[in-house]
Every structure is written in structure tokens, then in C-alpha cells.
Design a protein around this ligand. Structure first.
Ligand code: XIL
Length: 382
């Protein structure tokens, strides 16, 4: 049972742009948004901005271009965008001679048009690497395969991104490493832990202004294996800081399990505080709630999803250095939870783990998020 639950939630998972965004943020409450169901005042981006917090969402340019209702929802609700796939290496460098920036550029263009900030996700990961890179790294590993890529991508988007997830999911205590590091990764196998230092230094060198994040999954639950990840992450961050690695933030993925896994506000807030007392900022980067183990009744599922959302965000936002939250998607119409075997429901029903339903109507999870943002201490006073 415990194993099932773990598998279930493991992630798996002119005017400068800055000035322009500042102006946009200040006036966000007055911007005319076209969402049919939520007023501009009540849009998540406005509710968040009124507290000096961020709300954003993961998305994909093909959806924004093909579904107008969805594009209106993303434009009106999200103050920050992150690509669900376009800025992963398999997308950006499908072969070893060419970069393919078109989708990422188009998403950044959408974000600019709608006065949204952008995050980059992710420069270094054990997944989503192109086949040619996996092969070359196994046969002929070379540090430049890491540094040249980071230099090229971070330089292209220099000054345009709020933050980059530099290293994604470096920890997996199940893999037997004494410090809990993920060893089944082309990067670890070639360079050991040092790959993390190399990546952060390369990113900082290419873009001095962007915030550099380490992003990790499954650090949220009140259970021993989530505790093991929290411990590994804090120890890793301590080693990075001791070596002067330029890290600015921790991304808490927050693919949470809505039914049957225990979460404690104290455990969550304590972890966020451990991170912020080390000088890092914290963002929830991929919030969604799996309802795989929930009942059929959508109302019961929506209530469970909403109450876990509130429990979680209240705990995170209670800590001063927590900066906000991005959801992994925004509408149940397009959620990886419904199409990923370890998350989808055996009865075939659509997952209901995001704030808007498949018709872009706000659900109780939306209300929970509005309430959590509204109750959060105002960052602008801090
Ligand atoms: C997921 C995407 O949502 C899927 O579409 C893709 O098939 C696999 O990756 N943790 C992460 C994200 O950091 O990049 C993952 O995104 C979800 C788990």
C-alpha cells in the first residue's frame, strides 16, 4: 500500500523587460482579461500579485495556438509561464548540430504579449535528453556537452527569464548512494556530484541576472521516504553553498497525492524554512494533485483536492522566503496526470487535479488557491 502510494506521487515530478513587467504587475488588477468565468480582480495572477506573490502555470505553445478558450484562460490567470516540454534538452537540441528554439521562442512571445514572466525548465536532467546525447555521454563523456549547451541556451534567453531550473531531480535515496544522490543519470555517471556545480557555474556565467534553481520532486509528504529526500536535498544544498555554487532557489515540484498519503503543515513549513534560512527562495514549481486513489464522485474528489491544496499552500506561504506557486497545467483538459500511467485512473475518468475543469470553469481547487494567496502574509510589506 505504502509502495503504491509512493509510486503514485513520485515525479515522478526601450523599457527593459523587468521595468515593463513591474509596470504590468502594478496595474494587473486593472488589466482587461477575457476569462468568461473569473473576473480580472479575482484572477489568480492578480490575487497573487496583490500579495507580492507569483502564480504561474506550465503550458505548451501548440495548445495556446489551437484552443482559444484555453489561451484566454492562461493569459488571464497566469502571471508566469513555464514550458511543459519546450525548454527540455530533447526539444531544444534534437540533434547534435542544431538547436530548435522555435517553440520556446513562441512561448516567450506569448508571455511577452500577456505581460507574463517566464521560467526555464530544465537545463540538466536525467530524462528528456536526446538519444544522440545519451549515446555520446556513455561512450565519450565530455564536460563541454554540458557547458556548451548551458552557455548557448542561457545566452539566448539572457535577461528574458525570471529563473531557470538548472538541475532537475538530482536526488533519489532509493538508488543506494550514501548521500541520496540520483546515480542513474548520464551526468552523475560521467562527473559525479560535480556535474551540479559545473551546471550552476555555467548558467551564472551566461546570464548573471537570472535566478538559478534546483528543482526536486516528492519532498512534500509526511512519510519516511519523503523525509529521506528532504534530508538529501538539504545536505546537498549545504555542500553546494559550502563550495560557493551560485544557487538562488529551490523548486518544490509538489505533484501531490490527494487520497491516502499524509501531509503535515508543520513538516512542509519546517522544510521551506530550512531552505530559506540557507538564503534560498522557494517556489512551488509543478503543483497538481493526483486523484488516482479517490472515488468516482467528482464532488468528493474536488473537495479532497481543494483541501490538500489549501493545507499545502497555507504551509508554504506562511514562510517569508516562499515566492509563489506554479501549477503543472491549469485545466483538467490538458493534464499529464490523465495521460501518465502511474497517475491515471483505472476507471478511465479524467484526473481533476488542476484549478480549472475541462470546460475552463474554476473548481474548488481554484477557490482554495485564491484563499491561500489571500491569507498569505503580504510580501510587499516584508
Ligand atoms: C512531464 C511532462 O508533463 C510530460 O508531458 C512529459 O511526458 C514528461 O515530463 N517533473 C518534472 C517535469 O520536472 O518536467 C515533468 O513533466 C513532470 C515531473
Amino acid at each position: 500500500m505504502q509502495f503504491l502510494s509512493k509510486a503514485c506521487i513520485q515525479g515522478c515530478g526601450g523599457m527593459t523587460r523587468r521595468a515593463l513587467l513591474k509596470t504590468a504587475a502594478a496595474g494587473a488588477g486593472a488589466l482587461a482579461f477575457s476569462s468568461p468565468t473569473v473576473s480580472a480582480q479575482q484572477a489568480l495572477r492578480s490575487v497573487a500579485e496583490r500579495k507580492g506573490l507569483i502564480y504561474g502555470a506550465a503550458t505548451a505553445i501548440q495548445l495556446l495556438q489551437s484552443d482559444q478558450g484555453y489561451a484566454d484562460l492562461v493569459a488571464s490567470q497566469a502571471g508566469m509561464l513555464v514550458a511543459e516540454g519546450h525548454t527540455k534538452r530533447a526539444s531544444l537540441q534534437p540533434d547534435n548540430r542544431h538547436f530548435s528554439f522555435a517553440n520556446a521562442d513562441a512561448l516567450l512571445q506569448f508571455a511577452d504579449t500577456h505581460q507574463q514572466r517566464m521560467r526555464g525548465h530544465t537545463l540538466v536532467w536525467h530524462r528528456a535528453n536526446p538519444d544522440w546525447l545519451e549515446t555520446t555521454m556513455k561512450n565519450n563523456p565530455d564536460e563541454r556537452l554540458l557547458t556548451d549547451y548551458i552557455a548557448a541556451v542561457c545566452t539566448r534567453y539572457k535577461g528574458r527569464f525570471h529563473s531557470w531550473d538548472v538541475v532537475n531531480e538530482p536526488v533519489d535515496p532509493d538508488q543506494g548512494h550514501p548521500d541520496g544522490l540520483r546515480t542513474k543519470s548520464i551526468w552523475y555517471q560521467a562527473f559525479g556530484e560535480r556535474y551540479i556545480d559545473i551546471a550552476f557555474h555555467a548558467a551564472r556565467q551566461a546570464d548573471p541576472g537570472v535566478k538559478l534553481y534546483l528543482n526536486e520532486t516528492t519532498t512534500e509528504a509526511n512519510i519516511w521516504w519523503s523525509q529521506a529526500r528532504r534530508t538529501s536535498i538539504l545536505k546537498l544544498i549545504d555542500r553546494l553553498l559550502a563550495r560557493n555554487v551560485p544557487i538562488n532557489g529551490f523548486g518544490m515540484e509538489a505533484h501531490l497525492a490527494g487520497f491516502g498519503v499524509d501531509y503535515s503543515q508543520k513538516v512542509i513549513a519546517d522544510f521551506v524554512r530550512e531552505l530559506t534560512t540557507r538564503g534560498l527562495e522557494v517556489l512551488v514549481t509543478e503543483l497538481d494533485i493526483s486523484d488516482r486513489s479517490g472515488p468516482r464522485d467528482p464532488l468528493v474528489r474536488d473537495t479532497g483536492v481543494a483541501s490538500l491544496t489549501k493545507l499545502f499552500l497555507d504551509a508554504v506561504f506562511s514562510v517569508e522566503g516562499a515566492k509563489g506557486c506554479l501549477t503543472w497545467g491549469i485545466s483538467d483538459k490538458y493534464s499529464w496526470l490523465s495521460v501518465t500511467p502511474r497517475f491515471n485512473r483505472e476507471d478511465g475518468l479524467r484526473s481533476r487535479g488542476l484549478p480549472f475543469d475541462e470546460n475552463f470553469k474554476p473548481k474548488p481547487m481554484f477557490d482554495a488557491m485564491v484563499a491561500a494567496y489571500s491569507n498569505a502574509p503580504d510580501r510587499r510589506d516584508l
